[in-house]
Write a protein that binds this ligand. Structure first.
Ligand code: PNS
Length: 194
């Protein structure tokens, strides 16, 4: 059943557009968002944000920056695997990688929104700069900020790498698969024991 036509305002012009059948209309209206980051490694704070994002967006693409200038702890394929393993329960979440400009990737993905987490006021300035630059580059993309649960508000991948390297426990702060891989990585770095 085709519904009542509705007015589409397009600059100065207003067009009378036929309303699509409900099922098609809901496909047209799906909101696809990109959650970009380095995720080296994924933390429970990231995971908390993925869970929140998956509730409000129709589809969420977790997008790992493939930055050849940085020496990461985990390779991009390892990070893709870890995030895939951890987000299997969300049927509207996928994992991808990108290089170059985030807005170019978002356009390729036909995304309408970027998701970023704000943990504390200290994140705000950097996030504001990024959001405004991305808005200048792609005015059609909206940045949406969400706050992770307060127990993760101090967590960062950098802190996890540092604490683990010095022998501290990161139990409960990162998903189990990340802990396994951190240990595997550490024993690989130590080399064979005599
Ligand atoms: O997890 P991070 O390190 O805070 O993520 C930063 C990221 C990947 C979102 C940001 O560095 C980025 O978008 N890089 C891609 C390059 C780009 O688009 N730069 C212009 C945006 S200001």
């Amino acid at each position: 059943m085709i519904g009542r036509p509705f007015l589409l305002h397009c600059g100065a012009a207003a067009l009378l557009v036929p309303r699509l059948p409900h099922t098609i209309q809901s496909v047209v209206n799906t909101v696809r968002a990109i959650y970009p980051g380095t995720f080296d490694p994924l933390t429970n704070g990231h995971l908390d944000l993925i869970a929140r994002g998956s509730k409000i967006f129709d589809h969420l693409v977790v997008a790992i920056l493939n930055n050849s200038e940085k020496q990461p702890l985990f390779s991009v394929p390892e990070r893709v695997e870890m995030i895939q393993e951890t987000t299997r329960e969300f049927d509207n979440v996928s994992v991808s990688q990108f290089d170059g400009l985030l807005v170019d990737f978002a356009r390729q993905q036909h995304a309408q929104a970027l998701l970023r987490g704000i943990r504390a006021i200290s994140d705000y300035e950097y996030e504001l700069q990024m959001a405004l630059m991305n808005r200048r580059l792609a005015p059609e993309l909206e940045t949406v900020f969400m706050m992770p649960a307060e127990q993760y508000s101090y967590l960062s991948s950098r802190l996890i790498r540092g604490v683990f390297r010095l022998g501290g426990s990161v139990e409960g702060l990162v998903p189990p698969t990340v802990i396994e891989r951190l240990h595997a990585r550490a024993s690989r770095d130590r080399g064979p024991e005599e």
